[in-house]
Design a protein around this ligand. Structure first.
Ligand SMILES: Cc1cc2nc3c(=O)[nH]c(=O)nc-3n(C[C@H](O)[C@H](O)[C@H](O)COP(=O)(O)OP(=O)(O)OC[C@H]3O[C@@H](n4cnc5c(N)ncnc54)[C@H](O)[C@@H]3O)c2cc1C
Length: 418
C-alpha cells in the first residue's frame, strides 16, 4: 500500500503517525513545498522578534529522527501542481508523476492577499503564515521603525503587541468595531485593546486600508476614511484561505475541501487540517476551522481511515487563545447570543461568560481565569447536559469537585426515579 500525504505540518504528520501505527509495512511519502522540519506556526511571531530560535526543540512538532524511525519518506521543496484522483496520481511542478493508493491532502491555508488594495505588490508588504514570510519580516526588521498591521485577528493582534514590545511604532487597522472580532465580545475585546494601547499600539477600528503608496517600498497607507498613515512596512493579516489550487473536479470545494464524517473527500482521498471544510458542531455548518488542535485530530483520524479503520470524526468548533500584556483569554464556540441563556461574571479585568442552549454549553469566554478551559471544552464537545452544574460555573472555585457533586446528585435522582 502506498500512502501519499500533501503537507508536512500538523495534519500531515499526525496522519503519517496514525498510518504507521496501523500499517507497519506500507510506503508513506510526505510531499511539502517547504524545506523545513514541521515547525510551530503559533511561535512564528515570537521567532520574528527573537524570543525563540530554530535551534530550540519547542519550535518543532516532531524530533529530528521521527521520519527515519517510522520509515516515512519525504519529498521537500516540491510543490504539488495537480491531483488526478481518477488516475490516482499526484503531479509535481517539475512534472514528475507520483502514484498513490491512498491520498491525504493536508496542505493547510495561506494568508489572504486582498487584491482590492492598490499598491499591494510594493516592497515592504509582509504576511506571516509560514517561515518564508516570517523570515522576510525578521530580516527586514532592522530597517522598519513604523508598521501598519491590516487586520486585528489572532496573528495581527499578537504581532502588533510583539512588535511594539521591541520598540516599533505600530498602527493596527481593523474593519470591525473591535479587535479579535470573531473570538471575543465587546467587554473582552476592550480589555485586550487597553493592553495594546498601554504597550503603545495605535488602534484604528471601523476602517480599512484601501491604498499603499511608495517609491518601490511602501511608505504611506491610505484608509477608506481618507486618513493617511506614514510607515516603513505593512503586515497583511486579514485571514487565511485553504490551499486547494491543485485539486481536480472529483474533489468538491466549499471554502475548503468538502469531506464526509470520515474525512473522505472522494474515493481513496482524504483531507485534514486547515484545508478541510469540517462540521462545526456549535454553529451547525461545514467550514474550515483553522486551529492547531483540530488539524492534529483531523490528521490522525484521516490517517486511521486511510489505513483501513472506520473512525468517525465528530466535528469541531472554534477555539482561540492569546496573551497580551496582563490579559490572557480563551474563547470557544459561540461568543455572543441574544437568544440563548447567558451567564456572566465581570469585575475589572476578570471576565467569564457562558452561553447555554437547551442545557448544553455552546460558548465560553474566559479572561484572566483560563485554568478550567479544558473542562468547558469537554462539555461543549460532548454536548454534556449542564443543567446540574451550570449554576456553579461562575463560582471562583469551579472545578471537578462540583462535577462529582453533580454526578452524585444525578445518580441519586435516577435511583429515586426507579
Ligand atoms: C502566526 C500563526 C499563529 C497561529 N497561532 C495559533 C494558535 O495560537 N492556536 C491555534 O490553534 N492555531 C494557531 N495557528 C494556526 C495553526 O498553526 C494551524 O491551524 C495549523 O498549522 C494547521 O496545520 P495544517 O497541517 O492543516 O496546515 P499548515 O500548518 O498550513 O501546513 C500545510 C503544509 O502544506 C504545504 N503545502 C501547501 N500547498 C502545497 C502544495 N501544493 N504542494 C506541497 N506542499 C504544500 C504548506 O507549505 C505547509 O507546509 C496559527 C497560525 C499562524 C500562521
Amino acid at each position: 500500500m502506498k500512502y501519499v500525504i500533501i503537507g508536512n505540518s500538523v495534519a500531515g504528520i499526525n496522519a503519517a503517525t496514525a498510518i504507521r501505527q496501523n500499517d507497519t509495512q506500507g510506503e508513506i511519502l510526505i510531499i511539502s513545498d517547504e524545506q523545513t522540519r514541521p515547525y510551530s506556526r503559533p511561535l512564528l511571531p515570537n521567532w520574528v522578534i527573537g524570543e525563540v530560535s530554530f535551534s530550540e526543540e519547542r519550535m518543532f512538532y516532531r524530533r529530528n529522527d521521527f521520519f527515519d524511525k517510522n520509515n516515512i519518506q519525504t519529498l521537500l521543496g516540491q510543490t504539488v501542481e495537480k491531483v488526478d484522483t481518477k488516475q490516482k496520481t499526484v503531479i509535481l511542478s517539475n512534472k514528475e508523476n507520483i502514484n498513490y493508493d491512498k491520498l491525504i491532502i493536508a496542505s493547510g491555508a495561506n494568508a489572504i492577499i486582498p487584491k482590492n488594495i492598490t499598491g499591494i505588490d510594493l516592497d515592504g508588504v509582509y504576511t506571516l503564515t509560514n517561515i518564508k514570510g516570517a523570515k522576510k519580516l525578521k530580516e527586514d526588521l532592522v530597517k522598519i521603525n513604523s508598521i501598519v498591521i491590516v487586520g486585528a485577528g489572532l496573528i495581527g493582534t499578537k504581532m502588533a503587541y510583539d512588535l511594539s514590545k521591541i520598540g516599533k511604532k505600530v498602527v493596527l487597522v481593523e474593519l470591525a468595531k473591535r479587535v479579535l472580532f470573531p473570538a471575543l465580545d465587546d467587554y473582552a475585546a476592550v480589555l485586550i485593546q487597553e493592553q495594546l494601547k498601554l504597550s503603545g499600539v495605535d488602534i484604528i477600528l471601523n476602517d480599512s486600508v484601501v491604498e499603499l503608496d511608495g517609491d518601490k517600498t511602501v511608505s504611506q497607507v491610505t484608509l477608506s476614511s481618507g486618513k493617511k498613515i506614514l510607515c516603513d512596512a505593512c503586515l497583511l493579516s486579514v485571514g487565511v484561505a485553504p490551499n486547494v489550487a491543485f485539486v481536480d473536479q472529483n474533489i468538491k470545494l466549499d471554502r475548503g475541501i468538502v469531506v464526509d464524517d470520515y474525512l473522505k473527500a472522494c474515493d481513496d482521498c482524504y483531507a485534514a487540517g486547515d484545508v478541510a471544510s469540517i462540521y462545526d458542531i456549535v454553529v451547525n455548518v461545514r467550514r474550515p476551522i483553522p486551529i492547531l488542535p483540530l488539524a492534529a485530530r483531523e490528521g490522525y483520524v484521516a490517517g486511521l481511515n486511510a489505513s483501513g479503520h472506520e473512525v468517525k470524526f465528530g466535528g469541531g468548533f472554534a477555539m482561540n487563545s492569546i496573551e497580551i500584556g496582563n490579559v490572557g483569554f480563551i474563547s470557544m464556540g459561540l461568543i455572543e447570543s441574544d437568544t440563548d441563556e447567558v451567564l456572566e461574571y465581570k469585575k475589572d479585568d476578570k471576565y467569564r461568560k457562558f452561553i447555554i442552549r437547551d442545557n448544553k454549553l455552546i460558548g465560553v469566554i474566559l479572561v484572566n481565569n483560563v485554568e478550567k478551559a479544558g473542562m468547558f471544552n469537554w462539555m461543549i464537545e460532548k454536548k454534556f447536559d449542564v443543567s446540574w452544574i451550570k449554576d456553579t460555573f461562575l463560582n471562583n472555585d469551579f472545578g471537578w469537585k462540583y462535577f462529582d457533586k453533580a454526578f452524585r446528585v444525578l445518580r441519586l435522582d435516577r435511583k429515586l426515579q426507579r
